[in-house]
Design a protein around this ligand. Structure first.
Ligand code: AMP
Ligand code: ZN
Length: 140
């Protein structure tokens, strides 16, 4: 996906309208148009990176600072109790727009929103999976 054709880059450049919630030099938060949950918004870096896998640490840090800032605004000023943060990195994980974005879904107690995917159940024993996935020498 080229930067010129990327829908989120086009929003960042002002070529496509968006309902902006927060913006600074490096990040933007705007309302998601899906209409699937009240308050669903997207936080994006202004730099075009695809997802968490290719994102440099400075961009990642700035994005997460903005995610925390907007999340605190939602809970401190807008009547929400909590937040779900969702991200799909790569098409295999369900990413449909190839510009890094964190979904922010504000939550209220007993709001009935089911923001946690129904997972299929583990196929392999936990200990086997752990042995395959742990990073040798990286835990104390
Ligand atoms: P994902 O499937 O995790 O890549 O999420 C992409 C999200 O982008 C979806 O929730 C879409 O509703 C949202 N989206 C796509 N185009 C726009 C747009 N022009 N403005 C706001 N949200 C958008
Ligand atoms: Zn982009």
């Amino acid at each position: 996906m080229s930067v010129s054709g990327c829908i989120f880059c086009r929003i960042i450049r002002g070529e496509v309208p968006a309902m902006k919630v927060f913006e600074d030099d490096h990040t933007l938060v705007f309302m998601d148009i899906a209409g699937d949950a009240d308050g669903h918004m997207l936080a994006v870096p202004k730099a075009h990176v695809k997802n968490v896998l290719d994102c440099d640490v400075r961009t990642l840090h700035r994005l997460m600072d903005t995610v925390q800032r907007v999340s605190r605004h939602l809970t401190e000023n807008c009547g929400y109790d909590g937040i779900n943060l969702l991200n799909a990195s790569d098409e295999s994980a369900g990413q449909s727009v190839p510009h890094f974005h964190i979904h922010i879904i504000p939550r209220k107690a007993n709001d009935g929103v089911d923001a946690w995917p129904a997972l299929p159940g583990a196929a392999d024993p936990l200990e086997e999976t752990y042995a395959r996935l742990r990073i040798p020498g990286a835990s104390k």
